[in-house]
Design a protein around this ligand. Structure first.
Ligand code: P6P
Length: 334
């Protein structure tokens, strides 16, 4: 009927970006173009992820990244593809990437900084488990045309102008925010388009799913152990895919909490502030949820290093506050 024809559900990402550009009176179209460049890279990675088992590119690459983790070929390909797409797009002056030890400097005349994990959860590639791309976008603080400085790059999460992820799952989805709510787009391969499928996404206030790797239970802080006992006493469901974007996305839709706390192996947690925690923190807060390091909002943390790690408690606000209650912290009111 006419009404359904008028619905914005199913609109393409391009049209959505154009329509939303009106929300930025000063918009010069650069951020819109940058979002399109990221979506393009996502389409290219999606094609390769879907064939990884066939093209004998799923095997270990033999190199290791700054984290000392074995790099899978697809990680490296994703890093190359995204870096190339952002370089060709011309909007980015610098990139922080999980796969690159040092800052990637592109074009001093460009305005935006991107922090990205090109392919997170890559150890899951060979076993055909969902994986994801995670990104943050910042505006540089030093004048355009001057060399990029660390102050342009090490900005706290509250300074993000956009953040998002691409989930290469049973379907491929792009979910992002520019600070005006969260919207999800599902890739339609026969059209080669991301179509709006989840408009104005909101995280349920409470939930009954907890995601944590209980293999490290012995080294959890007592307050985390106490919270887990609480979850079990409430007969919550334990769901842990071991792929951050997949675990996060499920909790965003259904309600839940994902915790990567301090452990013996990872005293500051395993997840990285700049291209994992801040990105998902921006999204979850825009969707009405919460993200902390166990004490304070993730997006308030002033970064000191490109690849620094922080503990992460993220998801439904009532669940994050409950976990805090066991830590004796003042519950952070959203
Ligand atoms: P663990 C994958 O390597 C990753 O970075 C995230 O995607 C995932 O949530 C986490 O690490 C899993 O870590 O220590 O539980 O295997």
């Amino acid at each position: 009927d006419k009404q359904s024809l008028g619905s914005t559900i199913g609109t393409t990402l391009d049209r959505f970006i154009n329509d939303k550009q009106g929300e930025f009176p000063f918009a010069t179209g650069e951020l819109s173009q940058l979002l399109r460049d990221i979506a393009l890279a996502g389409k290219i990675i999606n094609r390769e992820v879907n064939k990884s088992g066939l093209l004998d590119i799923a095997g270990a690459y033999g190199a290791t990244n700054v984290q000392g983790e074995e790099q899978q070929k697809l990680d490296v390909i994703a890093d190359i593809r995204f870096t190339r797409a952002l370089k060709n797009g011309g909007e980015v002056c610098a990139i922080i990437s999980e796969e690159e030890d040092d800052l990637i400097r592109l074009n001093n005349n460009s305005r935006y900084v991107v922090a990205m994990d090109p392919l997170d959860g890559s150890s899951n590639i060979d076993v055909n488990v969902s994986i994801g791309t995670i990104f943050s976008i910042y505006r540089r603080v030093t004048p355009i045309g001057t060399p990029v400085q660390m102050e342009d790059v090490l900005q706290k999460g509250d300074n993000q102008v956009a953040a998002g992820y691409i989930l290469y799952g049973s379907s491929t989805m792009l979910v992002y925010t520019t600070g005006h709510g969260v919207n999800g787009f599902t890739f339609e391969p026969t059209l080669g388009e991301f179509l709006l499928s989840h408009q104005n996404m909101k995280c349920p206030k409470d939930g009954s799913i907890y995601s944590i790797n209980e293999g490290s239970y012995q080294s959890f802080e007592p307050s985390v152990k106490d919270y887990l006992q609480y979850c079990k006493s409430e007969n919550y469901s334990a769901r842990y895919i071991g792929s951050l974007v997949a675990d996060f996305h499920r909790n965003l839709l259904k309600g839940g909490i994902y915790i990567y706390p301090s452990t013996e192996k990872a005293p500051n947690g395993k997840l990285r502030l700049m291209y994992e925690c801040n990105c998902l923190a921006f999204i979850i807060e825009q969707a009405g949820g919460m993200a902390t390091d166990g004490q304070r909002r993730v997006m308030e943390i002033e970064p000191t290093e490109l690849h620094q790690r922080v503990p992460l408690f993220i998801g439904s606000p009532d669940m994050v506050n409950k976990a805090h209650a066991f830590r004796g912290e003042e519950a952070i009111v959203q």
